[in-house]
Design a protein around this ligand. Structure first.
Ligand SMILES: [Zn+2]
Ligand SMILES: [Zn+2]
Length: 758
């Protein structure tokens, strides 16, 4: 039925956000067709553009459902529209992509293979039965295969795999669920899986599984890089993997077939189950069951177990028969993940006995993400695959900034208008490989965004990221941002509240202070719209004896804290007993003379000190180990004596803990009492410095501690504060770049305002 001419409209829509590579054009096609509308849809480098023509009521209905019914992986940022003159129009078509200047569209993250595709994978009647690259419009690799925008197959690493006739038919059939799915392929036209022994295709998976069962370490090429996989129940295999990675005692994550298998390893509530099975499929840190069937070497002494579920067809095939795999990034600790053919040839032989690989290139590396789940919300520990490079809406618009991030857990951040694009996890700076990975990643992401006109880096004079920024800034302004200021700004930015007055609690291990000492127990106030901060309060400083040595040996921090508190080094205290006589003499003279001692207000170091004082951990093999074990102990405690830390002075609190030890109070109770005392102290001090401000934020690596996060949040809310915690970027240094970028944007806006005011 042809509508009366007077009621026919033609309207153009421009949709921005994460709208490419998520099935948006097919969705528009189906919606328009079902409403009897004519017109067109296409991608340009900035957006999806749509023109529809038809009855006014149908056009209105289309406009209503365009954002409301968008496909699950889409994130619509804006829909602009205007009226066009009615034109001769026949049917609804998808038009070729256009390259447009100016703003760029968001790149979607990689997503786990969907349930529909997994069904086909295991359906003997399906032509993609056991095809290791099965994918559709709703799933599969994106970020790691996109070489350029707009997102079309020739601009991806699938360009070298021309579609066979049957796949081409699916690609062009608007009724097919692979309509315009760019990575689509089949056994006839897709990449090939190969195993070291020469087998290929599904047989390669069988061979790899046999090698793992036989105790070998097998490298598996995945979405964003190679993993190392081994049998998690084999002590020998796990020990061999640990030695090759030079990983110390840091826990490995494990992958199992499904949620039921995961429940046999760890306690999982509904929220955690939802995150485990989400399209991002991160590693979720879960409370480990005592009877969990994994070798001790998987997560030695750890109360937590990192678990992830299969997210590629190869994972599903590897775990088809059950089992528990250690699955960890293929790299030596401190180095970036292996992801290229060169890496496979040069770095993998030392790491793995065999390789399950394929010939689809990985354009950008991307590690697995790691999260904890707190009160139903994700607390990111590492934001990478499945999340990067989704934009963060800053709540303020400014010039394009490149923020280079911190030194450990490095990520960088690019802003474009009001959006910030945070990179995937890059790693610990300090090796040439990491620096190269950083530079490659900066070039790749900035090639798809506005060119940065301003840079931001940490204030620390010996951070490699800072010197890189200084070398590359040229004529562009470089903002040096204090570490904890950046942490607080990152929290405001991820909540879209940049520029709002806030009291920020930034607790971590180490950050360079503006007075040249090591900060880390900071309460900062940020004024409205200001790019500056005030150090309103901080933990009382103590000497950090011997820098890194003290970081690796919490017993030394305990002794430093005891001395600062005027508490004698009596042999009945676990931290004193853990030191030999020579070490005690050395430390005493070091603290006496101050040689090699830097003052620090680090809250991370106080957690270390208390862990050693309570006999939990005297030396660590990875960052945060002592604090993690202290938290786990406290979380299991039934009740705790009341202790106090007035004015962020740890002295009285340490005295209370020593009294408790001597009175025979269980250490779990003392660990809980310590957490509660820190939370109380924070709430008191925040209230004291807040004035009329009712917004508080909890950030820094110490707030990966869920118990402390909960207790402190509770205390602050009881006092009437709105409390911001991290949900998008990590509280640790992985979130630093976003905060640096945010401060830089505010600085630029302030400069602009001064110029305009003359
Ligand atoms: Zn799918
Ligand atoms: Zn095909």
């Amino acid at each position: 039925m042809t509508p009366a001419l007077s009621t026919v409209l033609r309207r153009r829509f421009v949709v921005t956000g994460v709208v490419q590579g998520v099935g948006f054009r097919p969705f528009v096609w189906r919606l328009a067709t079902s409403l009897g509308l004519a017109g067109l849809v296409g991608n340009d480098s900035a957006a999806v553009f749509v023109e529809v023509q038809g009855a006014a009521a149908a056009v209105d209905e289309f406009a209503r459902r365009l954002a409301a019914d968008a496909p699950p992986l889409a994130q619509v940022a804006s829909v602009a529209w205007d009226e066009l003159p009615v034109a001769p129009s026949d049917g609804f078509v998808i038009v070729p992509s256009r390259v447009a200047d100016g703003a760029r569209t968001a790149i979607p993250p990689d997503v786990a293979v969907c349930d529909d595709c997994v069904r086909e994978l295991f359906d003997p009647a399906d032509r993609r039965h056991r095809h290791p690259f099965v994918t559709c419009t709703n799933c599969g690799p994106r970020f790691t295969i996109i070489r350029a925008l707009p997102y079309d197959r020739p601009a991806t690493t699938m360009a070298g795999f021309p579609l066979c006739d049957r796949c081409a038919t699916e690609y062009h059939d608007p009724a097919d669920r692979r309509f315009h799915a760019q990575p689509l392929c089949c056994p006839d036209c897709g990449p090939t899986l190969r195993f070291t022994d020469g087998t290929s295709g599904p047989a390669a998976v069988v061979a790899a599984r046999q090698a793992i069962t036989a105790g070998q370490v097998v490298a598996v090429k995945g979405i964003g890089g190679y993993h190392l996989a081994c049998d998690a129940t084999s002590a020998e295999a796990v020990a061999s993997l640990r030695a090759r990675k030079a990983r110390g005692g840091k826990p490995f994550a494990v992958m199992v077939r499904d949620l039921d298998a995961a429940r046999a390893l760890a306690e999982i509530d509904d929220d955690e189950a939802a995150v485990l099975t989400s399209p991002a499929r991160p590693v979720v840190l879960l409370r480990r069951r005592p009877e969990a069937c994994v070798a001790d070497g998987v997560a030695p002494g750890s109360p937590w177990l990192g678990v992830l579920l299969p997210y590629t067809p190869v994972h599903h095939l590897l775990l088809e028969g059950g089992g528990t795999l250690v699955l960890t990034s293929a790299n030596r600790s401190d180095e970036p993940i292996c992801f290229t053919d060169d890496d496979e040839a040069q770095r993998l032989p030392a790491l793995a006995d065999a390789v399950l690989t394929h010939d689809r290139p990985i354009h950008v590396p991307c590690d697995d993400s790691v999260v904890r789940v707190v009160d139903g919300r994700e607390l990111p520990i590492r934001r990478s695959r499945g999340y990067a490079p989704l934009p963060v809406e800053l709540g303020a618009s400014g010039p394009a900034v490149l923020a280079v991030g911190g030194e450990l857990k490095n990520t960088f951040c690019l802003t474009d208008g009001a959006r910030a694009y945070c990179s995937a996890h890059i790693g610990d700076m300090g090796t040439l490989e990491t620096l190269q990975a950083f530079e490659r990643s900066v070039a790749q992401l900035s090639g798809m965004r506005a060119a940065p006109v301003r840079l931001a880096a940490d204030l620390h004079p010996s951070y490699l990221t800072r010197s890189w920024a200084e070398r590359h800034a040229g004529d562009r302004p470089l903002d040096l941002v204090q570490h904890h200021h950046a942490h607080v700004a990152s929290l405001l930015a991820e909540h879209g509240r940049l520029g709002e007055p806030v009291v920020g609690v930034a607790f971590d291990g180490t950050g360079f202070g503006i007075d040249g000492t090591i900060w880390g127990g900071e309460i900062l106030t940020l004024g409205a719209g200001s790019h500056r901060f005030t150090r309103a309060a901080h933990l009382a400083p103590v000497p950090l004896p011997g820098g890194d040595v003290a970081v690796r040996n919490p017993r030394r921090m305990a002794l430093s804290h005891l001395r600062a508190a005027g508490i004698g080094w009596d042999a009945d205290l676990p931290c004193v007993a853990a030191c030999g006589a020579a070490e005690l003499r050395l430390l005493a003279s070091q603290l006496e003379s101050g040689a090699g001692c830097v003052p620090t207000t680090s809250m991370g170091r106080l957690f270390d000190a208390v862990a050693s004082l309570l006999g939990v951990r005297h030396a660590v093999t990875y960052e945060g180990q002592a604090a993690i074990e202290l938290e786990a102990l406290a979380a299991a405690a039934p009740l705790a004596p009341a202790l106090r830390m007035p004015g962020l002075d740890p002295g009285p609190l340490l005295a209370g803990l020593v009294d408790g030890l001597r009175a025979g109070v269980p250490v779990a109770g003392l660990a809980l009492a310590f957490h509660a005392a820190v939370a109380d102290a924070v709430a008191e001090v925040v209230e004291r410095v807040a004035g009329p401000v009712r917004l508080a934020g909890l950030t820094g690596g110490v707030f990966q501690n869920v118990l402390l996060l909960r207790l402190t949040g509770q205390r602050l809310r009881e006092r009437g504060f709105t409390v911001l915690t991290h949900r998008v970027v990590p509280p640790n240094d992985g979130g630093l770049a976003l905060g640096q970028a945010a401060v830089s944007v505010l600085t630029a806006l302030d400069e602009q305002r001064l110029i305009e005011e003359g």
